[in-house]
Design a protein around this ligand. Structure first.
Ligand SMILES: Nc1ncnc2c1ncn2[C@@H]1O[C@H](COP(=O)(O)OP(=O)(O)O)[C@@H](O)[C@H]1O
Ligand SMILES: [Mg+2]
Length: 304
């Protein structure tokens, strides 16, 4: 649950009447070893929503995403996707849940030795018995959905950074998932390319009704794509604000919300240091031994 001081703003209504949420997270407590990153977090995502998890670096966005796709097991709580709990699911049940979601991992995700078309068709080869001709047709359709229909025969190294991300989204859509999870999709992209990617996401959500769960800390992108956000905070170890990001941005007076939304707009006062003064790690609230080392784990975002 958002903590009792959490800011809540009305969000753009999701497509259709209030139905059973497509994602239901309840009482999720998670972390690494004895280090709790998020405590007792609960929220829902509606079908067709573009739901964005926001917050500064290290607040637990990627950790939350990894628990939502069943990659990590929580300390407590449940995550239901399409009404089925992923936490306890095993074997065929688990595969069935996973087959219905798509995940876009970071840059290195495309195989360099395969063409873009072959990359997109990979999940179909792995999870279906479709003949190669059908796989090729479906893969071409997916590529056209992200505007890459002319690039099926090229290799990933020949694509720009933004095109690689779009191809990775096409591959995540290969099995027609109802939910797509993207971790920092615009990381490393220039503003123009990033805006293009945002348009692709919005059009997929609006035209195909795909539900998106996106991790992001990039303001322009958040303001343009999100129907609803949750803001995570490392001190609270949970959700401190929730709602339409444009409303939060314009109206919230919560200092934690302001800190997030105003950080790029704020110009340092004359004589003021641009970076915060050094604080010894042991005196930082919420800091745990080993955090620095952990930041270099594969959760760090790949840059093109
Ligand atoms: N594999 C890991 N092992 C231990 N600690 C980790 C690991 N991954 C992340 N952390 C720690 O968990 C916290 C949240 O990290 P993360 O979810 O990656 O944050 P964000 O995605 O918001 O930047 C950070 O303190 C980070 O150092
Ligand atoms: Mg992250």
């Amino acid at each position: 649950m958002p903590d009792t001081n959490a800011t809540s703003c009305p969000a753009r209504p999701a497509a259709g009447p209030a139905a059973e949420p497509i994602i239901r997270v309840r009482g999720l407590t998670c972390g690494y070893g004895r280090h709790v990153v998020l405590r007792d977090v609960s929220f829902d995502v509606s079908k067709g929503e573009v739901f964005v998890v926001i917050g500064g670096s290290g607040c637990g966005k990627s950790t939350l995403l990894k628990h939502m796709i069943g990659l990590l097991a929580p300390m407590a709580g449940s995550v239901a996707l399409n009404g089925r709990d992923i936490v306890g699911a095993e074997g065929e049940d688990r595969l069935a849940i996973l087959r219905d979601i798509g995940v876009m991992y970071q840059m290195g995700a495309l195989f360099g030795s395969m063409t873009v078309l072959q990359n997109v068709g990979l999940p179909l080869e792995e999870y279906t018995d479709l003949p190669v001709e059908a796989i090729e047709v479906i893969s071409r359709v997916k590529l056209s959905l992200v505007g890459l229909e002319k690039f099926g025969q090229v290799f990933p190294s020949e694509l720009s950074g933004g095109m690689v991300k779009r191809a990775a989204i096409a591959r995540a859509m290969a099995l027609d998932p109802s939910i797509l999870f993207l971790d920092e999709p615009s990381a490393g992209l220039d503003p123009v390319t990033s805006a293009e990617l945002d348009r692709v996401v919005r059009s997929l959500a609006e035209n195909l009704g795909i539900t998106f769960v996106i991790v992001s800390h990039e303001l322009p992108s958040i303001l343009s794509i999100a129907d609803r956000v949750i803001l995570l905070d490392p001190q609270a170890k949970g959700i401190v604000a929730e709602g339409d990001p444009r409303v939060l941005h314009a109206e919230s007076t919560d200092p934690r919300v302001r800190r997030f939304f105003d950080r790029e707009a704020r110009v340092p006062e004359p004589g003021e240091h641009e970076s915060p003064p050094f604080v010894p790690p042991a005196s930082q609230p919420g800091h745990q031994p080993g955090d620095e080392a952990a930041d270099t784990t594969p959760t760090a975002e790949a840059r093109p």
